[in-house]
Design a binder for this molecule. Structure first.
Ligand SMILES: *Cc1c(COP(=O)(O)O)cnc(C)c1O
Length: 361
């Protein structure tokens, strides 16, 4: 067996110790005589897995008691609709910052359900930076203010949160959840698809301040209602059991092997630093995102020559560094270096880039 270094933006690498453990338990979980994949979601065994995944998430992220954790399905993309349907219920207004493709999709979806305003955008710079904010554009009576915290496609991250006053801040944290400590109390709502930093695809995590759970818009499908999901502890219907089980294992890894989110952040800063330092000194490659806004998770870069980019992607793949092709809207390359990417993977990639640079320059 030889495992590649997978730089995919998602689904992405999982920690090897987690995969080994899931492998050991695949035929029989505990003394249950069955796999977690086969288990009733109402069984005692699964109930334990479910509750410990939830309490581990609360512990690792430091989620305050007045926030509910929902384990849903449908991906972050379903939340683009669920957030407005559940929260746009008072003034019927919401403000959005357009910092990339996902935040733009969230905004466009939101427009179906009420009066959404794009209060800032960096589209004219092809989203290579976090937009400049003008607070006079913010609407004080908005039901929420939406941002995408880490822009997966463009490789930018909010270093500082916008000051939205009493307007609840809602954030898509799909590509940065668990990558570093986050002060949950600054947000009204957080959501993330699990497949980047938490678990295999299938699980969508919503962290929601309790007072925001209310009567949703009338036409909201039952499956998208936060009140119904909260009342039923996310078990209104069958939850994504296998993904929740892997989420629990990943959180145990994060807490017990890594040492929590502060230690994770240190690791992630080291890994990203290795790559960014090289990009800043390279004569061939350069980073795409504005320096101040650089993401720790997604590193976008180009040579400036699309043919050379294609050659690099092809040769890196052959060398065991896979999924480095950038998103079509940026071109070039993107190295997604989520939590489970070992430092060694980034070091070896940089070695390969150095060697490539020597060869083609
Ligand atoms: C991947 C991603 C999405 C889409 O997630 P799905 O779970 O596939 O719907 C949305 N937002 C961000 C920031 C992402 O990285």
């Amino acid at each position: 067996m030889s495992r590649v270094y997978n730089f995919s933006a998602g689904p992405s690498m999982l920690p090897e110790s987690v995969l080994r453990r899931a492998g050991r338990e695949i035929m029989e979980y505990g003394g249950s005589g069955q796999s977690v994949m086969e288990m009733s979601h109402r069984s005692k065994e699964f109930e334990e897995i479910f509750q410990s995944a939830k309490s581990l998430l609360r512990e690792v992220m430091g989620i305050p008691d007045n926030y509910r954790i929902l384990f849903l399905q449908g991906g972050a993309s379903s939340q683009f609709a669920a957030v407005p349907m559940n929260l746009m219920t008072k003034s019927g207004k919401a403000d959005y910052v357009l910092s990339g493709q996902f935040s733009t999709k969230a905004y466009q979806e939101g427009c179906k359900f009420g009066d959404c305003k794009a209060v800032a955008s960096s589209k004219e710079d092809n989203f290579s930076r976090i937009p400049l904010l003008r607070e006079e554009e913010f609407r004080p009576d908005a039901d929420y203010f939406h941002i995408c915290l880490n822009n997966t496609i463009y490789g930018t991250v909010w270093q500082e949160l916008p000051d939205t006053g009493d307007v609840p801040l809602a954030a898509d944290i799909s590509s940065c959840i668990l990558s570093r400590p986050l002060d949950v109390s600054k947000f009204g709502l957080l959501y993330a698809g699990a497949q980047k930093n938490v678990a295999p695809a299938g699980l969508t995590i919503v962290i929601l301040r309790e007072d925001l759970i209310g009567e949703p818009q009338e036409t909201t499908p039952t499956m998208l209602r936060y009140d119904v999901m909260a009342e039923n502890d996310s078990m209104y219907n069958t939850p994504p059991c296998w993904s929740i089980y892997l989420c629990k294992l990943v959180l145990e890894w994060l807490r017990d092997e890594i040492g929590g989110l502060q230690a994770m952040e240190q690791r992630n800063m080291k890994k990203a630093g290795i790559l960014y330092d090289f990009l800043d000194s390279s004569k061939l490659f350069r980073g795409c995102a504005r320096k101040e806004d650089r993401s720790l998770m997604n590193v976008t870069f180009v040579t400036g020559d699309p043919e050379l980019d294609a050659k690099f992607v092809k040769e890196s793949t052959e060398a065991g560094f896979v999924n480095l092709k950038g998103h079509r809207s940026v071109g070039g390359m993107r190295a997604s270096i989520y939590n489970a990417m070992p430092k060694e993977g980034v070091e070896k990639l940089v070695e390969f880039m150095k060697e490539f640079e020597k060869r083609v320059m």
